[in-house]
Design a protein around this ligand. Structure first.
Ligand code: C2E
Ligand code: C2E
Ligand code: C2E
Length: 89
């Protein structure tokens, strides 16, 4: 992508996350709850997160940012445009 193009937003679908098997969703669900608590943002159907948070989540999941991104997209939890964000990590 061009240097002037802003990175895409990373948007977690909290309703989809709630129906992912817990052994997969648990670390991300805990992380999202922490961000919601820090923001006082409890009412959203979705949660926008920072680019840096994807890097932290990859460490938590012991995965590369790109493979974690693919997995979250396959669950329907992350918007596919997020693939473009991984290029800048
Ligand atoms: P902070 O990073 O010191 O940010 C303080 C305040 O600046 C935030 O209060 C928010 O009003 C604003 N802010 C900072 N970065 C952004 C941004 O990228 N977009 C927007 N729209 N506003 C921004 P808030 O929301 O009450 O968050 C309080 C603290 O909670 C933050 O302090 C940070 O430590 C943590 N936090 C909240 N959301 C996130 C997140 O998505 N990721 C991470 N890593 N930390 C977060
Ligand atoms: P958007 O970023 O495409 O977000 C669309 C809608 O998704 C938002 O509509 C909101 O209902 C929901 N949403 C997205 N991220 C979050 C989140 O982290 N928490 C919650 N609770 N809901 C979320 P909304 O609020 O009417 O905003 C419409 C548009 O206005 C947003 O489109 C965005 O372009 C802009 N906007 C709203 N708040 C901010 C902000 O804090 N910073 C910036 N830069 N833009 C904002
Ligand atoms: P956004 O609010 O539209 O912010 C887009 C980008 O602008 C952020 O990408 C960040 O690079 C920059 N930015 C916005 N506000 C601040 C700020 O106060 N301090 C700094 N240092 N940079 C800022 P980023 O970090 O990838 O965040 C993506 C989206 O995640 C934000 O979109 C916002 O919807 C959400 N977000 C991230 N951190 C916070 C936070 O602390 N509080 C809230 N309420 N939302 C946050």
């Amino acid at each position: 992508s061009g240097a002037a193009e802003p990175p895409p937003r990373l948007v977690i679908d909290l309703e989809r996350l709630a129906v992912v098997p817990p052994e997969k969703s648990r670390p991300l669900a805990r992380y999202a709850r922490t961000i919601q608590a820090q923001r006082g943002d409890y009412n959203g159907r979705v949660l926008s997160i920072r680019q840096d948070d994807l890097r932290s989540l990859a460490v938590i999941y012991d995965a590369s940012p790109s493979s974690l991104t693919e997995e979250l997209i396959s669950w329907g939890v992350l918007n596919p445009e997020a693939r473009r964000a991984v290029d800048s990590l």
